[in-house]
Write a protein that binds this ligand. Sequence first.
Ligand code: HPA
Length: 277
Amino acid sequence: MTDVAIPPTRSGAFGLAVEAIAARTKVRPIAAIILGSGLGALADDVKEPTRIPYAEIPGWKRSTAPGHAGELVVGSLSGKPVAVMRGRLHYYEGYDMADVAYPVRVLAAWGIDTLIVTNACGGLNPAYSAGDIMVISDHINLMAANPLRGVNDDALGPRFPDMVGVYTEELRALAHEVDGGLREGIYVAVAGPNFETPAELRMLRGLGADAVGMSTVPEILVARHMGMRILALSTVTDMATGIPGQIQHVTHEEVLEVAGRTGKRLASLVKGVVARL
Ligand code: HPA
């Protein structure tokens, strides 16, 4: 007989985390916002912020990036109560997928039903340019891992979640209403941490993806599992086409630089969307 360990009900652990957060603020957010690489500036726009270091929330892991321990900023943005995650966990840091996605489970358990995720990505669609912002319409998960693996907690969501219409149409329409110059396309998630080879980039484009990145999908999977409304926005920080003659080297510094430069536009976009929620 195989001996399968049944983990203690996970909803219990989330309960402790929710209690720890709720004890620090009277704000009850309607939306959670995850800020990606180089996009942290938006957290400074949160009014009357309560800053909760990740280390003070039970079960919530810290980012391994030096100086980026991360904090949850709860307050008001565009006049609406929000919770902003400054700093996210990545699978390539060595965390389990369940750890990467844990914050979203906590925020959903706290009662937040709308998730806005941002990230930096490489552009695969040759019509794109560095600095473009893409609304994610669908994704391809090539991380070869899934936070929903394991015993399902039926209290959180179904064993086999439907993945049609994950990226809420109404929220995508709102984003386009706020900023008329957005791209919309398919995001493929890879595990990283290396950037892709030119052959891999050509393959990813061939699979139908418009952009490639190393985050977002774990959080989206648990958000979908728990029935959240989802908007995901990708800043194209570099063109990663793998097309001979156009092949460019990519560095993390370049990714951060372009993400930072696009940060103002992305911040206005997120604030505009939040104002209309
Ligand atoms: N590939 C994968 N992830 C990324 C890239 C890229 O080119 N740019 C920013 N994140």
